[in-house]
Design a protein around this ligand. Structure first.
Ligand code: HEC
Length: 206
């Protein structure tokens, strides 16, 4: 009998064994990003996992990279993110950020310590259902006074070709829009938006 789960395992195994060009063919979405189920989003993520993990290999000097690959994933599946280019994203938290982030809206008024980092991997789905790794997004809390215009948050966007944009670093102005939006929650949630509730892992708060 055909079992979807073993089919997925086959795809994952195939991804490890075949060249990238044919891997890309296999990681095909059957729904648009907005209609995708959590199961399908997770299958696509697993299918692209190796290529996503390869993304930061040439990136040096950015705190949290490549360490984020060992951190806790706090979303139950990659979720459609209208604010980050209509892609699927998953939310990942550094050990310094985890306890407070997982309080979700209950964190009200508290601040993350310097060194706390939030990461989001992204996957893109084109109109034909073809998928590919997208940029990596990072927010890093720095010591008071380090980045006064962005409430001491340093934003980074790392593209699949290795290009880096970073607050106070290369292409900083291209990231002004990040904090323009994230600042909306600065007082209550220290610039966090959190995944929608149905995409949050269970925590002791729930
Ligand atoms: C128009 C508003 C908007 C803009 C612009 C924006 N974000 Fe976000 N961001 C969100 C929302 C909403 C979430 C939570 C849901 C999601 O992931 O889509 C989020 C989540 C995040 C998170 C996870 C932490 C959290 O808030 O829960 C990171 C990291 C992040 N964004 C980085 C960035 C970076 C880097 C940029 C700029 C390249 C950026 N964002 C631009 C709205 C925005």
């Amino acid at each position: 009998m055909f079992k979807p789960s073993s089919f997925v395992r086959c795809l994952a195994l195939g991804a490890a064994l075949v060249p990238l060009s044919s891997t890309a063919q296999e990681c095909k979405a059957t729904n648009a990003a907005y209609e995708i189920s959590q199961d399908e989003a997770n299958q696509l993520y697993n299918c692209l996992a190796e290529r996503l993990a390869a993304l930061p290999e040439n990136v040096t000097g950015i705190p949290g990279v490549p360490d984020y690959r060992d951190w806790e994933v706090v979303s139950t599946a990659p979720l459609p993110s209208a604010t980050h280019g209509s892609m699927l994203v998953n939310h990942i938290v550094s050990p310094e950020a985890a306890a407070l982030y997982k309080q979700w809206e209950q964190m009200s008024g508290k601040k993350f310590p310097p060194g706390a980092i939030l990461a989001k991997e992204s996957l893109m789905i084109d109109s034909d259902g073809n998928t590919s790794p997208g940029p990596l997004f990072l927010m890093e809390k720095t010591a008071a006074g380090t980045a006064p215009d962005t409430d001491d948050w340093i934003y980074s966007r790392i593209f699949t070709d290795g290009r880096i944009q970073r607050t106070l670093g290369p292409g900083s102005a291209n990231l002004d829009f990040c904090h323009d939006c994230h600042a909306a929650t600065i007082d209550q949630f220290d610039a966090m938006f959190f995944p929608p509730e149905r995409y949050r892992i269970e925590t002791s708060q729930d």
